[in-house]
Design a protein around this ligand. Structure first.
Ligand SMILES: [Zn+2]
Ligand SMILES: [Zn+2]
Ligand SMILES: [Zn+2]
Ligand SMILES: [Zn+2]
Length: 412
């Protein structure tokens, strides 16, 4: 499917939906479906790489996605990630997003995680399947809670198949002078005429800059709402954060007293412009943004460089600190460096509440020098979270949101 995502009930080639009966499945891997033999043929050029890997692993490695015999969500998660690793090892290459989704969201029963040839989808969202009527009924109470969100996930993904929305449409602002209380209000005021899918996507893009504005305006700490110059460091910056400069006009609109912002975006996945990561932008009212993008150093290495300017705010968007807690991770060192700063707000956001709580535990456990940490917010709902629901492969029938929960520590 164009747009880099995968759903089992639509044709992988043309995205046509089939809700009445099961579409024609690739008989070798059973991971993808097609509306016709022709479309299966057209897609083969793209699909054969994954399909052959899956087939080889099944025959030689005796490992199949559909031979899962566990019962719990945790073991099912482990089964799929292990299978995905085998495929990537075989191909010696990372899978594309849509290929990963084929493995993370296969057509197995949403209640027992077993595969059989029957096809009983939820007829409201078509995003989950059941092996039998009984399991569909058993799961209905739990699934009901997020069936609507799952349907929205699908609608937005399908809407995106023609490519991403242009960021330039996001900047024009309504001249209202009061900063809205939350994302929903913000979107209703400024993007009233957009469709629901556009609103979801706009909120996802804006969530990064609006969360920062919200912190500066509302935290009431360290004179951040009256300073004329501030320094913000974004750690673990990826593709999304690399685009934040395109939306900074919004930032200066709501914080006109800030004449200069120095911003560092740092992370191995940060997208750095060829030649030089440093750029200066001028905005209306003579405000300027100095942005520095770094992807060849870790933050704790960066701060030892000459000319390092200590930040006012350190942001870690969707930080995932807790996710790799057991493995060798460089986060510990980075977190320890940050905790040694003084008069700095350390802000983390997370996809869901459980993750947010674990992320903050990870931060606190790295407070080796017992710095004084004033907790302003601890794993609370972020009013400027994205409104776009995203399918959660780790928790069946659940969805998460970008920048969903927020923690704010004032380092003293
Ligand atoms: Zn088709
Ligand atoms: Zn196949
Ligand atoms: Zn079942
Ligand atoms: Zn449903």
């Amino acid at each position: 499917m164009p747009g880099n995502c995968f759903y089992h009930h639509i044709c992988q080639w043309c995205s046509q939906q089939e809700t009445q009966f099961h579409m024609k499945m690739c008989s070798q891997c059973k991971l993808v479906s097609y509306c016709s033999v022709d479309h299966q043929k057209y897609d083969w050029v793209i699909h054969k790489r994954l399909c052959k890997a899956v087939d080889f692993i099944a025959r030689k490695g005796c490992q199949s996605l559909f031979s899962f015999d566990g019962t719990t969500q945790e073991t099912w998660n482990y089964h799929r990630t292990r299978f995905m690793c085998s495929v990537e090892l075989f191909l010696k290459k990372k899978l594309e997003v849509f290929e990963r989704q084929m493995i993370l969201f296969p057509n197995v029963c949403n209640f027992c995680f077993k595969y059989n040839n029957s096809y009983n989808p939820c007829v409201d969202c078509y995003c989950v399947y059941y092996c039998c009527k009984e399991h569909s009924e058993e799961d209905s109470k739990e699934h009901c809670k997020s069936c609507k969100e799952l349907k929205s996930c699908f609608d937005v993904d399908l809407f995106l198949k023609d490519g991403p929305i242009s960021l330039s449409v996001l900047v024009p602002l309504n001249s209202k002078s009061v900063f809205p209380n939350n994302m929903k209000e913000y979107i209703e005021i400024n993007y009233e005429s957009q469709t629901i899918n556009e609103k979801f996507l706009i909120s996802e893009e804006l969530s990064f800059v609006l969360t920062l504005i919200y912190i500066l305006l509302k935290s009431g700490k360290n004179n951040l709402n009256t300073s004329s110059s501030i320094t913000v460091h974004v750690i673990g910056a990826g593709e999304r954060e690399s685009e934040i400069d395109k939306l900074m006009e919004i930032f200066f609109h709501w914080l006109p007293q800030i004449k200069q912002i120095k911003m560092l975006l740092i992370g191995p996945e940060c997208i750095v412009n060829p030649g030089n990561g440093c750029q200066t932008y001028k905005f209306k009212g003579k405000s300027s943004l100095l942005i520095n993008k770094v992807n060849d150093k870790l933050y704790h290495e960066y701060i030892t460089e000459p000319g390092f300017t200590p930040p006012c705010v350190v942001m870690a968007y969707n930080c995932g600190f807790s996710e790799f807690a057991d493995e060798l991770s460089t986060w510990n060192e980075t977190i320890q460096c940050i905790l040694s700063f003084k008069n700095v707000l350390f802000v983390t956001t997370s996809y869901n509440k459980k993750e947010a709580e674990n992320d903050i535990c990870r931060v606190v456990s790295n407070n080796v020098n017992t710095s004084s940490l004033d907790t302003i917010k601890c794993a609370e709902r972020n009013p400027f979270r994205s409104l776009r629901p995203i399918r959660d492969w780790e928790n069946r029938s659940q969805t998460f949101y970008v920048n969903n929960f927020i923690s704010i520590l004032n380092l003293q």
